[in-house]
Design a protein around this ligand. Structure first.
Ligand code: NAI
Length: 217
């Protein structure tokens, strides 16, 4: 089935399926039914079947899903088998934390360099070289990175993104708080706001508290 027919809400659920399947693989579990997977993931079995049917379905009646095959297939659908060369812009608190602690390899990315406009920051982070921004164009000409992670202040984000597009970048993981949609359909942007997730948590916590206070009355 062509990719454009897959709804974005299904695509957004795929990393979670893959994460759970990865856990099953670590436990040497070879097959799982949609009912069991649904129970683990707090979804319904029909939701799982419906999602996976978007890609042609991977299960067999009476057998369930082969965990390894499904894990690999979802990885392929997400493009994780391609190992995109990635650069990170902004070696401050957030950029350093991601470079040090985020498992790029597992997510299908290869971090090949970090860039910062500030000369004082130049060096390396855990073996990944930090370059000055002046070296960006040359670096891209030689190494052809596909993805850029923006960990810079929002005032500089669009200007830096435009330069990166000229350098061949096809996708942004954008933490800069400057939410931009590009006119260019050949470039993808995933705007990330950790605060959105905290606010969703806040909503659920306030629901629980108000439900408890209702039952206490
Ligand atoms: P920071 O001030 O520690 O680091 C920013 C780094 O960017 C500095 O090293 C600076 O030299 C560099 N920089 C500035 N302009 C640049 C440019 N034009 N080119 C290359 N490098 C440049 O800031 P921090 O704490 O690391 O945060 C970075 C950004 O991420 C901020 O905009 C912050 O608001 C945002 N942020 C976003 C989060 C989210 O959930 N989306 C969570 C936390 C921070």
């Amino acid at each position: 089935m062509p990719k454009e027919k897959i709804s974005i809400s299904v695509v957004k659920r795929l990393p979670r399926y893959r994460r759970y399947l990865g856990e099953l693989l670590k436990e040497n579990i070879a097959k799982i039914s949609s009912k069991e997977l649904a129970e683990m993931m707090n979804l319904t079995a029909s939701q799982i079947r419906q999602d996976l049917n978007c890609f042609g379905g991977f299960g067999q009646q009476g057998y369930g899903y082969n965990v390894k095959d499904l894990y690999d297939e979802i990885g392929k659908i997400l493009g994780l088998d391609k190992k995109y060369k990635t650069i990170l812009i902004g070696a401050g608190n957030l950029g350093r934390a991601l470079t040090l602690h985020f498992d790029f390899e597992d997510a299908g990315f290869e971090l090949i360099g970090v860039f910062d406009a500030n000369y004082k920051e130049i060096g390396d982070i855990c073996g990944i070289k930090v370059y000055n921004m002046e070296e960006l164009e040359k670096f891209c000409e030689i190494n052809h990175p596909t993805v850029a992670i923006l960990c810079i202040p929002k005032c500089n984000a669009k200007e830096v993104a435009d330069l990166l597009i000229k350098c061949g970048i096809k996708g942004f993981w954008n933490f800069s708080q400057k939410e931009f949609a590009l006119d260019n359909s050949d470039v993808a942007v995933e705007n990330v706001h950790l605060s959105d997730s905290m606010m969703t948590l806040s909503y659920h916590v306030s629901e629980i508290i108000s439900k408890n206070s209702e039952t206490d009355k």
